[in-house]
Design a protein around this ligand. Structure first.
Ligand code: FAD
Length: 476
């Protein structure tokens, strides 16, 4: 019998030269947690309770020099290396078995530059960390929709949220990054410095190094916006989904909406007689001249809602209103595919599979994308699937490990059926299942250029715990 992953973590640690470990720990400003330390299980735990990995060391970095030391240590001792930003990637790539976790969670400083209208955020910051600071000045950058998510994974792989149809993906808002590459050097990448690296990190995920600082452009947002949040009976799907399709075809850029199928939660905001019923819900937000919320009238009036919780709301509250739906330690398996159109078949499938979901916590989400995201040419950054107006995401969310197979299989069945539709193509790197899809599906015609940049900056593939772009091996 081979070693268990638990033994693998311990064995890899014990196999390291003791003096090298002592010297690494001595020079480290943050904490180094090893398999024999009391806090080891906490240090290796991430958001998705499905993930149970045993690293040799968790290097909780306190600054850029710690990141450099940890990268150097992993490279010199030929250890697998994982990078943890916000720890919210569903595939669990923020940890690894038998290697080093470069954990940036303590590096979450945020500084707003009011004059330049930019914000600098460290690589372990969450969306909430950034939004709270920028909203002090009535400013925001385009990030995602759940405040506990890390900016790092979100931005490096794309970043869709309430502001994206107006201001683009999170990565479209990047001005520069500071990054520790595989050789342990600290580099700055921007439009006029290490341009190839800047092109690659905007969509190429964690393949190119550890980003220690992200600098983003800021826009005037809020502090109050209009939040649209209404739930309808699944029996009214024909009317509500037709209204959604029509709405997306004429929507202004300063308003957005996401449609999802779900089960009515057992919460006091919902009439008790509807608890557990299959439903369709809309979540959106509007700003500027759409901030009175009238833009949502056609959706709101498409059927009689179970409940309509819409109204003015602080932008930071909008950004955190879904947080409690995604607690740490629950079990998650999510996959996504882009759609050219939202046909009746897509809606039928959402309704049908919602009814058969083994867990009432699961949802099937239809995102409306495009506009500012699609304005950017597909080869301007590594992010390829800009032209797709919609994305379907299957979110299997459940509590009990005994139900893993039923829930993962359900999500895979939904996914296989969507994928078979002629309107479906590509993948989004931030909802990656367990990273079982070919990386090329993310990058389309940008893939070869990514291989070139990877070969230059990480020829030994040190950064491979991700949707890996393998370097060329014939580098002559
Ligand atoms: P981590 O798990 O910490 O990291 C994931 C990977 O990113 C790592 O394996 C590594 O390869 C890389 N990485 C992390 N930090 C760094 C760094 N500093 N430098 C270099 N590489 C790094 N996505 C959207 O687009 N819009 C949403 O609204 C949205 N909502 C979400 C809500 C929830 C509850 C969750 C769990 C996810 C959501 N996502 C959304 C997906 C989210 O963008 C990804 O899960 C993303 O990977 C999370 O980033 P993280 O830093 O927390 O991930």
């Amino acid at each position: 019998m081979g070693a268990t992953h638990e033994q693998e973590g311990e064995a890899a640690f014990q196999g390291l030269p003791a003096e090298a470990v002592r010297s690494f720990v001595r020079g480290f400003r943050g904490d180094v947690v090893t398999p024999t330390d009391e806090g080891y299980d906490d240090a290796r735990a991430i958001w998705n309770g499905m993930i149970d990995k045993y690293p040799a060391l968790v290097a909780r970095c306190a600054g850029v020099s710690d990141v450099v030391s940890a990268v150097d240590f992993a490279r010199e001792h030929d250890l697998p290396l994982a990078v943890r930003g916000g720890g919210h990637n569903v595939a669990g790539t923020a940890v690894c078995n038998g290697g080093v976790v470069v954990d940036l969670s303590a590096m979450n400083g945020v500084r707003v530059d009011r004059e330049r209208r930019t914000v600098h955020a460290e690589g372990g910051a969450t969306l909430g960390d950034v939004d709270r600071e920028t909203q002090l000045f009535g400013l925001a950058t385009a990030l995602g929709a759940v405040s506990q998510t890390g900016i790092a994974g979100l931005t490096l792989n794309g970043g869709y949220g309430h502001l994206s149809r107006e201001y683009g993906l999170a990565l479209d808002n990047l001005v520069s990054v500071d990054i520790v590459t595989a050789d342990g050097h600290v580099r700055t990448a921007s439009e006029n410095r290490n341009e190839d690296l800047f092109w690659a990190v905007r969509g190429g995920g964690g393949n190119f190094g550890v980003v220690t600082t992200f600098e983003y452009d800021l826009h005037e947002v809020g502090p109050e916006v209009y939040a649209f949040f209404a739930w309808f009976h699944a029996d009214d799907a024909d009317a509500t989904m037709a209204a959604f399709r029509e709405w997306t075809e004429t929507a202004p850029r300063n308003a957005g909406v996401l449609a999802f199928t779900a089960h009515v939660p057992e919460l006091e905001e919902f009439p008790e007689e509807t608890w557990g019923e299959p439903a369709i819900a809309f979540l959106g937000s509007a700003r500027g001249d759409s901030a009175d919320g009238e833009v949502y009238d056609s959706l709101r009036k498409s059927a009689t809602p179970i409940v309509d919780m819409s109204g003015p709301m602080a932008y930071v509250d909008l950004q955190s209103m879904l947080d409690e739906d995604y607690p740490d330690g629950l079990r998650y398996y999510w996959k996504s595919v882009f759609l050219e159109e939202v046909t009746d078949e897509v809606f039928d499938l959402m309704i049908r599979y919602n009814e058969s979901a083994p867990s009432a916590l699961s949802t099937i989400d239809c995102w409306h994308l495009g506009d500012a995201v699609a304005d950017v040419p597909r080869d301007a950054t590594a992010f390829w699937h800009r032209d797709k107006p919609y994305m379907l995401t299957v979110e299997a969310n459940w509590e009990d490990a005994d139900d893993d197979d039923a829930n993962v299989n359900w999500a895979r069945e939904v996914f296989a059926d969507v994928q078979a539709l002629s309107v479906a193509s590509g993948r989004y790197g931030n909802f990656p299942g367990l990273n079982e899809d070919p990386t090329k599906l993310l990058y389309g015609d940008n893939y070869e250029r990514l291989v070139e940049v990877k070969t230059e900056y990480d020829p030994e593939n040190l950064f491979r715990m991700n949707q890996n772009v393998a370097p060329r091996t014939d580098t002559k």
